[in-house]
Design a protein around this ligand. Structure first.
Ligand SMILES: [Zn+2]
Length: 285
């Protein structure tokens, strides 16, 4: 298993993390506009979960299984096996599917929710069977944001997009459904528009029995960006809009009881945004 299964309970909703890969990388391999002296100030809370001793930042690629009201939702599906990915990555062979199936059998998944259509969020939408990529979750509705789908279907050659393997076979099978950016999947699980990383990007809010959480998607890749919302991620399609979205997110969820579950956050993955001097930090459970 690439990383331990972690679970969180938000009222009646259970969230389980299934890791595909965790990668260390130099900060400037992911982030732009970083002020090294500021980064050094944050090291005390970034290490060891989000930065290693060598000063590399850690990026996890994982899916989140959300169980709510008798429905099972997989939020984001990582990179997938057996395919050539953008930027000369892959093909990979990981044990992700077996790990996922220790949580839920693929036939029992009701919804797949892709926060956006970048290749590391649509991979396990499909799997290779007899030389053909077919939907991994045959009984699921795959929910794609309407704005997101319409944007990238007119620009499928973008360097971060994998329509061929991760999206088109789902559409061909008739399993996709285009939804608005504030769509309610269940009474407890509702989308929230967080555009900028991609034009139709969404986060996923969870509310149950007075408890609250939010799954970020890629509106933030690394916890340091909660403290420094102006530090862009290289793949942000609309950097200025993404910065504003991060600032709004921190204003909305900072110093609240909302559990922030990071889609690429390594280690504990979830925590709270806590004010810290003129900035804030990410405090894990
Ligand atoms: Zn991503």
């Amino acid at each position: 298993m690439a990383g331990e299964l972690r679970t969180w309970q938000i009222g009646d909703v259970k969230v389980t993390r299934v890791v595909e890969q965790v990668a260390p990388l130099p900060y400037d391999g992911l982030l732009a506009h970083v002020v090294p002296a500021r980064l050094a100030e944050h090291e005390s809370w970034l290490k060891p979960h989000f930065m290693n001793e060598a000063g590399e930042i850690l990026l996890s690629i994982h899916a989140l299984v959300v169980e709510s009201g008798g429905k099972t939702i997989v939020v984001d599906t990582c990179m997938g096996n057996d395919r050539k990915l953008p930027q000369d990555m892959g093909p990979f062979t990981t044990g992700f599917l077996a790990d996922l199936e220790s949580v839920v059998k693929r036939e029992q998944v009701d919804y797949v929710m892709c926060t956006h259509l970048h290749f590391d969020h649509v991979g396990w939408n499909t799997m290779l069977v007899d030389g053909e990529f077919v939907p991994t979750f045959p009984n699921a509705k795959y929910l794609f944001g309407r704005e997101e789908y319409e944007h990238w279907s007119s620009a499928p050659e973008d360097v971060n997009i994998d329509f061929t393997y991760g999206v088109q076979p789902v559409v061909d099978a008739g399993l996709h459904e285009l939804v608005e950016s504030d769509h309610s999947i269940t009474d407890e699980v509702v989308l929230e528009p967080t555009p900028g990383h991609t034009p139709g990007h969404v986060s996923v809010k969870i509310q149950s029995k007075g408890e609250r959480a939010v799954i970020t998607g890629d509106m933030v890749h690394h916890p340091v960006q909660l403290a420094e919302p102006g530090w862009s991620s290289h793949p942000d399609a609309q950097p200025e809009r993404a910065i504003q979205t991060r600032k709004d997110f921190v204003a909305r969820y900072g110093d609240t009881d909302v559990l922030v579950i990071g889609t690429h956050f390594s280690g504990p993955t979830a925590g709270k945004i806590v004010a810290d001097g003129d900035s804030c930090r990410f405090e894990c459970d």
